[in-house]
Design a protein around this ligand. Sequence first.
Ligand code: 3PG
Length: 384
Amino acid sequence: MKTIKDLDVWDKKVILRCDLNVSIKDGKISSDERIIASLETIKYLINSNCKLIIMSHLGKVKTEEDKKNNSLKVVYERLKELLPDINIYFCPETRGKVLEDYAQKLQNGEILLMENTRFEDLDNKKESNNDLQLAKYWAGLGEVFIDDAFGMTHRRHASNNGIKKFLPSGVGFLIAKELEMLDSLMNPEKPFVVIMGGAKVEDKSLLIESIIKRTDYLLLGGGIASTFLAANHNVGKSLVSKEYISEAKKLLTIYKERIILPIDVIVKNNEDIHIKNITELNDDDIIYDIGPHTIKEYEQYINKAKTIFMNGTAGLYEDKNFEQGTKSILAFCSKSTAKVILGGGDALASADHFNIKDFYHLSTGGGATLNYISTGKLACMEED
Ligand code: 3PG
């Protein structure tokens, strides 16, 4: 894998693929972590006297209407604030004369941010289906291609996998750093503790099955814990993935010493909220968080760990009644002397929510991080 340092970028017109897929609420960026994470490569290229064309996707674009809510213009505004000394332009088109003119007029040390690559999905999903005509066209706008969109590395789209077929290419500092950090989880210093939560097991079954073999303790929360608990307990009306319960039962038999489940939980029953031992749930209870005894128990495991990977949250942390599990785990992890890596959109959003961010590494990838840890591979990086 070539990196940006292996390529001659001096004075060149460079196409840089970033993952600027930030979450936006009411037209405002709610977390600019991904923009910040892209700055090192952007600055390096500007300092290398490049003319820089940045491309990124934002959300999903399936209808004309989706274009309004998924314009990169809001990212452009933030980029200008973050790089006040650089001339930055925004091209509202993803193809055609306007784009070509912008690219043509770009001067050394200037940046052009092109509109959302997924606008091209309205034309037969050309971007997402890795249409090589489109990739070739985009490649024609520059001389070198740098891929730094780590969050996209599990996908082969025209703007990442496609363009690199037509230009000298390498990865930027963010991808290189993410891979180095995540590689350390493949051969972790022990004890290795994985904390997993989140709503659905299906999305993470591959990760669970691969990581359970490498971890010393897998601490569960959220809907994932409810599904595992449902193998041996009444979990009332809690969110469970019914199809996964028998698989969970099997894993609990094989790995009974490794899979650690809540011993108490916070449940809601109509409007009442109670702390209950896991053996005491009735048919109308719904689990929304782990309980205080579980938090204490999980703290012991976290304190013993030398490496920790956290993915997903312990409960419905956005609601104050159910925030304690996630908040406490983040706090324990941030105080721990272990190498702690947080991965996945929900874990990162919860760290942001509680402003607890003192970790060894916060991975900018959601699906990409999970894919890499589960399979050791990333689709975009694989040879054809
Ligand atoms: C992400 O947010 O995980 C990446 O930006 C990829 O986005 P996608 O899941 O919409 O392809």
